[in-house]
Design a protein around this ligand. Structure first.
Ligand code: FE2
Length: 286
């Protein structure tokens, strides 16, 4: 018996759809799962609003509709999560207990990036659940990398076709998270991926670069590589390819990390922003 009907309501021209009619605390049918996977492929970012008191286990079940839960990318010594939390969880949080943050990347703005793009197999998707959000600010912005490729001028297409970009882990600490080619970790935690990639599920081409982690184009002198990359970043961050999500408590959001970049807007650090994150395991970028 059909007791509810799912709908995907488009949220912007570039990306994002609100999935309505879903109650993540109830078991999903096979038809629900197919609907969600199709909507995710089409809209790149899915949002379920007003989900009250979602447990970590229920959030993991939701993620498993789309793939396997990924391990934490960050080394164990940088973990701040409280004891008893699932091993795969990361709290994106500025919440402090006894003066110490209990999550990761707590405060401020964060530059455009692709999660784990410095790894050989970056996450396929990332899921955030909003437990507590500031009154304003701290928005997450998403850029559609299919559109970035499809609108790329011919000279830039010729310059990147067949080339690879080295993405490196080069951010950390607190405050604004920006590109830092001199971060010593960039040397050890990096991976080269094709700049023109193909999405494994949709078969569509996309422009796989991001300002925070893309350090250099293989085979080009540094000045040429920088010039090319900065033109690509500027192009990919065009507001026309963008969807901005304004967080509300109870939002459950999942983005396709294979075909989007994302960034975080600043917010008042005296207010709490506490999100629970899981990633979905991905494959090599091809
Ligand atoms: Fe991220």
């Amino acid at each position: 018996m059909l007791t509810h009907r799912l709908e995907a309501i488009r949220m912007s021209a570039a990306a994002g759809a609100e999935a309505r009619g879903l109650d993540p605390s109830r078991p999903l049918t096979d038809a629900d799962r197919d609907f969600l996977r199709k909507a995710w492929r089409e809209h790149l970012v899915l949002v379920v609003r007003g989900v009250a008191d979602l447990s970590a286990a229920a959030q993991m079940d939701f993620c498993r509709v789309f793939g396997e839960i990924g391990a934490r990318a960050r080394p164990a010594e940088t973990r701040h999560e409280p004891d008893g939390a699932p091993a795969e969880v990361m709290y994106v949080s500025n919440k402090r207990e006894n003066g110490r943050v209990i999550g990761s990347i707590p405060d401020g703005e964060m530059e455009w990036h692709i999660d784990q793009s410095y790894m050989a197999n970056p996450a396929k998707g990332t899921c955030l659940y909003a437990i507590e959000v500031p009154r304003e600010g701290g928005d997450t912005m998403f850029g559609n990398l299919y559109q970035a490729w499809e609108t790329l001028p011919d000279d830039l297409r010729r310059a990147v076709e067949g080339r690879k970009v080295v993405n490196a882990y080069g951010h950390g600490g607190y405050g604004i998270q920006t590109r830092d080619a001199n971060d010593p970790r960039a040397a050890t935690r990096s991976h080269a991926h094709p700049i023109v990639a193909t999405h494994p599920d949709t078969g569509r081409k996309l422009l796989y670069v991001n300002r925070l982690m893309s350090l250099r184009v293989e085979g080009l002198p540094e000045d040429e590589s920088d010039e090319l990359l900065f033109r690509l970043f500027d192009h990919a961050e065009n507001p026309e390819f963008r969807f901005t999500h304004k967080w509300k408590q109870g939002d459950l959001l999942l983005w396709d990390n294979r075909c989007t970049i994302h960034a975080r807007a600043d917010f008042d650090k005296t207010q709490t922003r506490h999100l629970r994150r899981f990633s979905i395991r991905g494959d090599a970028v091809t």
